[in-house]
Design a protein around this ligand. Structure first.
Ligand SMILES: [Zn+2]
Length: 195
């Protein structure tokens, strides 16, 4: 089986794509496992929610969790779909690679890079190990292709802080490199494009 990495910037409808794939595989009688890596420490299941309104329950994967020993009946699935795959650890991607070699198709959806344009750990390992790497393209507010995941507060792009911040008032938006460097987000345009 193959391992796929579909990457795109914030707002490129990765989650919607993942949920549509899940629906379609299930309709064809496949057993599908939805996984969501999370830095949240709560146990159990979480909703994968797309901005267009689709949502589905997923098994939460914490950084210390092993997929092979921590997810029940993982060998019984035909397809494993991972949302927010950038938050997978190096070891979890290795495990998914092995699962793809022996039992299931693995489809990972996530960001490629952080707000400073550097690879996330999970995305780096996926680029190294995936059979197929595909981009889900999305435009910047200016119309050019977005490649950066700009972090912003108000209408200003922020260039400092941790790679992952929980509970802050920062938000993220896909931008082209030129607009990201310029550092200002036009609020009128933003309201039209960002939900
Ligand atoms: Zn732009």
């Amino acid at each position: 089986m193959k391992m796929y990495f579909y990457y795109g910037v914030m707002g490129s409808s990765k989650t919607a794509c993942a949920l549509i794939k899940e629906f379609s595989f299930k309709e064809h009688g496949k057993k599908v496992l939805l996984l969501k890596p999370s830095l949240d420490t709560r146990d159990g299941k979480a909703l994968i929610r797309s901005r267009i309104g689709l949502s589905k329950e997923a098994v939460v994967l914490k950084p210390e969790n092993s997929i092979k020993s921590g997810v029940p009946h993982v060998k019984n699935y035909d397809v494993i779909i991972v949302d927010e795959a950038q938050f997978l650890t190096f070891l979890q991607v290795n495990e998914l690679r092995e699962i793809a070699d022996f039992s299931a198709m693995v489809m990972c959806y996530g960001l490629k890079t952080d707000y400073m344009g550097q690879l996330f750990e999970g995305s780096k390992r996926l680029i190294e190990l995936a059979d197929c790497i595909r981009e889900i393209p999305s435009p910047c507010l200016c119309g050019k292709k977005a490649i950066m995941n700009a972090k912003y507060v108000g209408n200003k792009v922020v260039y400092s802080g941790g790679q992952i911040e929980l509970g802050g008032n920062e938000r993220y938006i896909g931008m082209c490199h030129k607009c990201w460097k310029k550092g200002v987000i036009c609020v009128d345009q933003k309201e039209k494009l960002v939900i």
